[in-house]
Design a protein around this ligand. Structure first.
Ligand code: DGL
Length: 284
């Protein structure tokens, strides 16, 4: 291949979009960071709204959903995947990385790395599946064995966010219950272990002492994405394409709900994901 051909190919790869996915609007907290830190990147955002919430699903289901979504994204010629879903990271990231030949970045490791720099009494609020997996605890203790970690599964948060009940008094009541054990332990740092939860920040901040530090892993997975793009020379230096917003469920509902975080009403496509066969072991 001539030098010229190599440069043309590199430019073609740089221009490809980054695939970002979540069960719903939680991943918009990651998208927002991508817009802020990597404004030149084109993005395909997929929300698996027909199958949310993910946080009460089994590991086998989460893995299968991840496979279907990433297979579809590969067909769309993405250059990289950013998981905007902690549950998928906690339950399926290592297997997905083995099955797909493109970089897949997760939130938990970058979030844990920053959290141990901020504090040593760490509270994690997450979906029941993420909390039960102990993925945050393991990532934190690996970096700082002296840290103390308390994880709370918060099953009601995602449905409340997806129903746009952010300022419903019931949401504050539920939040108070979830935060009570963390307040009792006098945590110094709170990690948003689910990408939906930064949408609840105004409610959560009201209930916590002012000196608590917050860690939003969305900021840090995007910083890791920037580093990765630089290391593989795939950062886009050309103007980006408009973000494609895709869902498996109701387009109108997603468009309406996301307006408050995006500042515009997105055009939303409905897509059917490819069927991906289970491996023989899993189909037994
Ligand atoms: N926002 C996702 C996460 O970070 C999934 C939440 C859900 O659907 O339960 O885990």
């Amino acid at each position: 291949m001539s030098n010229e051909q190599i440069l043309t190919l590199r430019a073609e790869v740089q221009r490809r979009p980054i695939g970002v996915f979540d069960s719903g609007v939680g991943g918009l907290t990651v998208l927002r960071e991508l817009y802020r830190q990597l404004p030149n990147e084109s993005i395909i955002y997929f929300a698996d709204t027909a199958r949310l919430p993910y946080g009460t699903r089994s590991a086998a289901e989460i893995l299968q959903f991840g496979r279907e979504i990433i297979s579809w994204m590969v067909q769309q010629q993405v250059k990289m995947i950013v998981l905007a879903c902690n549950t998928t990271d906690a339950l399926a990231l290592s297997t997905l990385r083995k099955e797909f030949n493109l970089p897949i970045l997760g939130l938990i490791l970058p979030g844990a790395l920053v959290a141990v720099q901020k504090g040593s009494r760490l509270g994690v609020i997450a979906t029941p599946a993420t909390a039960a997996s102990n993925a945050y605890r393991h990532a934190i203790l690996e970096k700082k064995p002296t840290a103390q970690v308390w994880q709370v599964g918060c099953p009601e948060f995602v449905p409340l966010v997806e129903q746009n009940r952010l300022y419903d008094p019931y949401t504050a009541e539920v939040a108070q219950q979830y935060l009570a054990p963390l307040l009792e332990q006098q945590i110094d740092t709170l990690i948003y272990g689910c990408t939906h939860y930064p949408h609840l920040a105004p409610v959560l901040r009201e209930l916590l002492p002012k000196d608590i530090q917050f860690v939003n892993p969305a900021e840090h997975v995007v910083a890791a994405t920037a580093q990765k793009l630089d290391s593989i020379k795939e950062r886009n230096t050309f103007p980006p394409l408009p973000t494609r917003f895709c869902v498996s469920g109701c387009q109108r509902q997603f468009a309406k709900l996301s307006l408050q975080w995006l500042g515009f009403t997105p055009a939303v496509e409905k897509v059917s994901l490819p069927t991906v066969a289970l491996s023989p072991l899993e189909s037994r």
